[in-house]
Design a protein around this ligand. Structure first.
Ligand SMILES: [Zn+2]
Length: 221
């Protein structure tokens, strides 16, 4: 399943890979069954040094299959489609729209460890406006894939930019990486902050400043 990592700005390549898996092209003509994945999880449980047949663990491989389906549900949906369906023409509205601090849970592609964080999305519309819940859906879809935070940030910004064609888009992501907390360097309380600024947010320092002031107000309470 190493081929499941998203590539490209909009994640289209990774969706194509998932389709291939389902069609069986990537596994020699047979789609990968849930039973096969349960076996794999049983092997991991044994490797840890546990007995996969004891009462408390007997159902665990089945639960893990269902949990993984949730963790990685983002391959099933096209975030561009989510935005495209709902845009409306709103003549004259050209002020900044900001979705503040939407929470997300993702998994790093290096350790499949949780990445827990929040996202701020600002854009200045150019005729097209989208429901704020649709922006949250875009965050949800990209985060429910194997990720690195830098790409998650870029994918959200690029998708809003490509579909809504606004005057500018700004995205800030702040997140804690469990692969740093639970293992390796074991640093608690360290957040990784990433951002992507496009259009007027990149070109006009005062517009960028207005957005970043809102972000900082949310994180210094
Ligand atoms: Zn990691």
């Amino acid at each position: 399943m190493a081929q499941g990592a998203p590539r490209g700005a909009n994640g289209k390549d990774s969706m194509a890979v998932k389709e291939d898996n389902r069609a069986g092209a990537a596994s020699g003509g047979k789609a990968i069954s849930d039973a096969k994945i349960e076996d794999a999880f049983r092997t991991i449980i044994k490797w840890i040094g546990e007995d996969p047949d004891r009462d408390g663990l007997i159902e665990t491989p089945d639960r893990m299959v269902r949990a993984y389906r949730e963790y990685f549900a983002g391959y099933e949906e096209d975030p561009e489609e989510v935005l495209r369906k709902t845009f409306t023409e709103v003549d004259g509205y050209d002020e900044m729209i900001v979705l503040r601090g939407v929470t997300f849970e993702s998994h790093c592609e290096h350790h499949i460890a949780p990445i827990i964080g929040r996202v701020w999305i600002g854009y200045i519309p150019n005729k097209r406006v989208v429901g704020i819940s649709k922006l949250a859906r875009v965050v949800e879809i990209f985060s429910k894939r194997l990720q690195i935070q830098e790409r998650l940030t870029a994918q959200i910004a690029n998708t809003v930019d490509e579909v809504l064609k606004p005057s500018g888009v700004a995205v800030v992501v702040k997140a804690a990486h469990h692969c740093m907390i639970d293992r390796g360097v074991r640093k608690r309380g360290a957040d990784l902050v990433t951002s992507r600024m496009l259009g007027v947010f990149r070109e006009q320092p005062e517009t960028r400043h207005e957005f970043l002031t809102l972000v900082n107000a949310d994180t210094t309470e």
